[in-house]
Design a protein around this ligand. Structure first.
Ligand code: OAD
Length: 274
């Protein structure tokens, strides 16, 4: 059977009303058809990511995921770390030295993110999560809430911009306020952004490790591969690994395949769910 013929099988499955015209092809027993489709899709993986019915998918997103929403990345030209020193705004030392300055930085980021909207890329991941259910795990380094706005339920390993927590009570709560002075909790403790700063332990690390072990597809999107522990995830999984973004990440050599382009443009047509 020619490849063109196999393409017809796929169309027949996708558009059942055409099945009557596919007489020769539709006489194949169902499991055989499924097997052929799976094989065909594997050979097409240069264009799309085929997700088998048994696959468990781990998606890792970084700042590039939200770049098209107008939220600055960290290391690109005009990135946040080009204009701010990490150790002055995103470290426990900075917080001890000048908490008001730290709050000014995160208040500015809250303002940037408050008016941002999800892209077609965020929506494509949310649609994939609806299709795969618990077979998809979305882990983001982003602190904005664009994945949630699109309908996803991500693990925020670096915390959440629109949450704060008291240093003493430690319980995070929703907070979109802009602060010019350091806010205080009823207990007297200082309230800080609910963000994982450099030198602190990322959130959900045990869940991430467990999920990496059972994942069969790993997709990293819009992350430079420079920051641990996320940069090492691709090397810790036996899954088929894919990178999506306009530039090569630092850990490129660990990926099986790359899709070069913007997340908002590539993701809507990238997934082929079997
Ligand atoms: P970076 O700023 O290091 O990298 C952003 C990546 O996104 C780059 O590789 C870009 O090529 C890519 N990119 C840009 N536009 C894109 C688009 N439209 N679609 C897809 N990709 C695009 O950001 P991260 O790797 O996310 O941590 O940085 C990781 C962590 O370092 C951040 O979470 C932050 C930072 O310091 C903390 O603040 C704790």
């Amino acid at each position: 059977m020619s490849l063109q013929g196999l393409e017809c099988v796929r169309s027949a499955i996708a558009f059942p009303w055409q099945v009557k015209r596919m007489t020769a092809v539709t006489r194949l027993p169902h499991p055989v058809v499924k097997f052929i489709i799976a094989k065909l899709s594997e050979t097409q993986s240069m264009e799309r990511i085929y997700i088998k019915p048994t696959d468990r998918v781990f998606v890792l997103t970084g700042a590039g995921m939200s770049a098209e929403s107008g939220i600055p990345t960290f290391r690109d030209t005009n990135g946040l770390w080009r204009n701010h020193r990490v150790e002055e705004v995103a470290s426990p030392d900075a917080w001890r030295r000048d908490p008001q300055f730290v709050w000014e930085f995160y208040s500015m980021r809250r303002m940037d993110a408050a008016t941002a909207h999800p892209t077609p890329g965020h929506r494509a991941l949310a649609a994939l999560e609806r299709t795969l259910g618990s077979r998809l795990f979305l882990c983001t380094q982003n602190v904005d809430n664009l994945h949630e706005q699109a309908g996803s339920r991500p693990l925020h390993m670096h915390g959440e911009l629109f949450k704060s927590r008291c240093e003493r009570c430690r319980v995070p709560f929703d907070d979109a306020n802009i602060y010019h002075e350091v806010p205080r909790c009823a207990c007297g403790g200082k309230i800080r952004p609910h963000i994982c700063w450099f030198g602190e332990r990322v959130f959900g690390v045990d869940r991430v490790r467990r999920t990496l072990e059972v994942s069969t597809v790993f997709i990293a999107i819009g992350t430079s591969g420079m920051v641990e522990p996320a940069a090492s995830f691709v090397g810790q999984t036996k899954a088929r690994t894919f990178y999506v973004g306009p530039e090569e990440p630092l850990n490129l050599a660990s990926f099986d395949e790359t899709f070069t382009g913007k997340a908002g443009e590539l993701l809507p047509t990238l997934f082929d769910v079997g």
